[in-house]
Ligand binder design. Structure first.
Ligand code: 13P
Length: 339
């Protein structure tokens, strides 16, 4: 079959499958390794990611694609096999994080703008040659007193649209990620309002930049209570509010919505996805592109020790399976207890 943007995007959200976000930047992976008292060396990062990509059960059955970091897409497994080849051998698609991180936005105290457009065309061409067929760019929208501003939302949406257009020119499917952070004390109503505003602006800019929506995947936050909010919305409310919000602003031409976990517990991230798919009645596939909610269990089980690899792989396979079931509304809490 000829590979097209549309066929890649469809494969990324195949039933029962979703994306493993393993694209932690050097700073973020160091934080994750700090939590298990492991030094963040190139070898340790390789061993950890190799362990995940060699979890055959998860990779074959439930992981449609893996988002890599620049170092990882060039790295080889201990036996010399490129890590990208391990992913492909499992029938999964390699992807690549291409943004250069969210930086302080000049003139907008407390807000961030994602950088990385300069030289992006050339970097994408190289990543294509290294095997990447999709990419990720993350914009960060924080909620606090007086923010986000429309200025921050617009600057980030413009960058996402320019990134998406360049990806498609280079035959790479863009994952468009405008993340409204859930770290604050705001309630679900405020998250709803900001998510709607951010998505409206993003889709207006994607249209202005002639981005092919059928070859684009959206990676949003769910509509959810801030972590520090005293009133936490129920699983059912998060599911219903997220669907209602997206129906207003996400075009039906988008093949799939893959959520970020954003600091939700492993089980909440699965339960929310399952609840949305149980409600149904929307035009997109709804799946996952989890980082922490897929990796927390294997990372802590592994702890940097070779003797824990099998148990860590089992923990990863379990989370991947639970989330795979959630893409088809087939997850139940009882399945967690049995594990
Ligand atoms: P989390 O699921 O840990 O939020 O990570 C997903 C991701 O790729 C954020 O950009």
């Amino acid at each position: 079959m000829t590979e097209t943007l549309e066929s890649i995007a469809e494969a990324m959200v195949a039933p029962g499958k979703g994306i493993l976000a393993a694209d932690e930047s050097s700073g973020t992976i160091k934080k994750r390794f700090d939590s298990i008292n492991l030094e963040s060396t190139e070898d340790n990062r390789r061993d950890y990611r190799e362990m995940l990509f060699r979890t055959e059960e998860a990779m074959k059955n439930n992981i449609s694609g893996v988002i890599l970091y620049d170092e990882t897409i060039r790295q080889k497994a201990k036996d010399g096999t490129p890590l990208v080849d391990l992913i492909k051998a499992a029938g999964s698609i390699p992807g690549i994080k291409v943004d250069m991180g969210a930086k302080e936005m000049a003139g907008f105290p407390g807000e961030k703008i994602t950088e990385g457009l300069d030289g992006l065309r050339e970097r994408l061409a190289e990543y294509y040659d290294l095997g990447a067929r999709f990419a990720k760019w993350r914009a960060v929208i924080d909620i606090a007193d007086g923010i986000p501003t429309q200025g921050c939302i617009e600057a980030n949406a413009e960058a996402l649209a320019r990134y998406a257009a360049l990806c498609q020119e280079q035959k790479i499917v863009p994952i468009v990620e405008p993340e409204v952070l859930m770290d604050g004390g705001h309630d679900i109503d405020r998250c709803d309002e900001v998510t709607e505003a951010a998505l409206r602006t993003v889709f207006a800019r994607l249209a202005a930049h002639r981005v092919n929506l059928e070859g684009t995947i959206l990676k949003p936050n769910m509509v959810i209570s801030g972590k520090k909010c005293t009133k936490q919305a129920s699983v059912e409310e998060v599911a219903a509010r997220t669907i209602a919000c997206f129906k207003k602003v996400v075009p039906a031409a988008i093949p799939g919505i893959v959520y970020l976990s954003g600091g939700q517990s492993d089980e909440d991230a699965t339960a929310h996805l399952n609840a949305m798919n149980a409600i149904g009645g929307f035009p997109w596939k709804m799946s996952f592109s989890y980082g922490r909610a897929l990796q927390h269990a294997p990372l802590t089980t592994w702890g940097g020790k070779a003797e824990n690899v099998a148990a860590a792989q089992a923990a990863f396979a379990h989370r991947a399976k639970m989330n795979g079931l959630a893409t088809q509304a087939g997850w139940k809490k009882d399945l967690e207890k049995a594990a």
